[in-house]
Design a protein. Structure first.
Length: 373
């Protein structure tokens, strides 16, 4: 797959300039001849696992119901109006991860996951909008999409799903396998299966500033240093014992105003926050890990690659991996940035890393964060 095919003849720069965050784009045969990466049975088995996030959505007798996973059993395939959503399929399947990485012209800090939606005839989740950008790639069968801009975003009250109350479609498309529809944030859409179908959603992270602010304050709590203690040696008798005094407020305000954060603090917070694995992500250590000397010899021949579940980022001298951060010197950073950007280091590059980097790689290998080869 090449980007000019994936984006319908547009370069990534053209797409980002003209469409990203701005308007929809329908791409016929973005991936010509595309076939599902997983069978329906394999998807059902994945949804039954407790380390996989999944939801079963039914619309039987005109009533929406949502069941959160693990989903032990699904309705009969012959029964209409149900949908199975499986999040983070890229975390559990190499081919799904490779598909997600085709969108690496978008920074890893924004790329979220690949969700698979399996639906029987007329199945869907109702008209809705997402708070993030999304690519909807048809993998199997057909799905009819109705979309509309400038919609009233009022939701149906009391529904199990966030369904738009007054959806008025402006365009309609039927997607075949290999076709893809891009939608910017808050662009209303409604997808309905035509027969049995599977759609792959490539979604992006767009954290709310409130969420970031709360997390940042928790992050900074560990580094705040405010010496001293409140004192009032010149305290005078009060006629209003329940009133908070002006001097107390002034002292506390002056102390709190000493709390400062730097661009470096923000960078470390963002790196740790965005690389931190989701709660459903678990790493598996190798059953019989190599010794350090054998590991060293092995990576010189085979190189290393990041686990599908590992997120590695960097900014300036700081590197971040799975929620942890550390500073690296210029030479060490060079090799680690290659690993972060390409998600792998070949044998030649791995054979010349410093002792510090080698020890870090070995620790990550023992933790299941990286793989040989």
């Amino acid at each position: 797959m090449k980007n000019f095919t994936l984006l319908g003849g547009l370069s990534p720069a053209q797409f980002l300039r003209d469409y990203w965050h701005k308007k929809p784009l329908l791409i016929r045969q973005a991936i010509p001849g595309f076939k599902p990466l997983l069978s329906a049975d394999a998807l059902f088995k994945m949804a039954a696992r407790d380390d996989v996030e999944s939801r079963l959505i039914t619309h039987f007798k005109q009533e929406w119901k949502v069941e959160n996973g693990p989903i032990a059993t699904v309705p009969a395939i012959s029964k209409k109006d149900w949908t199975l959503l499986v999040q983070g399929v890229n975390l559990h399947d190499d081919m799904a991860d490779a598909l997600l990485r085709q969108f690496s012209f978008i920074p890893d800090t924004r790329l979220d996951d690949l969700m698979v939606s399996y639906a029987t005839d007329t199945g869907g989740v109702g008209p809705h909008f997402d708070s993030y950008d999304v690519f909807l790639l048809q993998a199997h069968g057909q799905r009819r999409w109705k979309i509309g801009a400038g919609q009233d975003l009022t939701l149906v009250q009391g529904s199990a799903l966030k369904i738009l109350k007054n959806f008025t479609p402006e365009q309609e498309f039927v997607l075949e396998p290999g076709d893809m529809l891009y939608l910017p944030p808050q662009y209303a859409h409604d997808g309905t299966a035509i027969g049995e179908c599977m759609t792959y959603s490539i979604g992006f992270r767009a954290p709310a500033f409130q969420e970031l602010g709360e997390a940042f304050l928790q992050f900074m709590a560990d580094s705040i240093d405010l010496p001293g203690r409140y004192a009032d040696a010149d305290l005078a008798p009060t006629k209003h014992p329940a009133e908070i005094g002006r001097n107390m407020l002034s002292q506390i305000s002056d102390a709190l105003n000493k709390v400062r954060f730097t661009d470096d603090d923000v960078a470390i917070f963002v790196g740790e926050y965005l690389s931190d694995p989701k709660a459903t992500v678990f790493f598996e250590s190798p059953p019989r890990p190599l010794t350090l000397s054998r590991f060293t010899a092995a990576i010189a021949k085979r190189g290393v690659s990041l686990s599908r579940k590992t997120q590695m980022l960097y900014r300036g001298k700081h590197l971040f991996i799975n929620g942890e951060s550390f500073a690296a010197g210029r030479e060490d950073k060079a090799s680690l940035c290659v690993l972060a950007d390409n998600r792998k280091l070949d044998g030649q590059a791995a054979s010349v890393v410093s002792k510090d980097v080698l020890e870090a790689l070995y620790t990550w290998y023992e933790d299941g964060w990286i793989n040989l080869g």
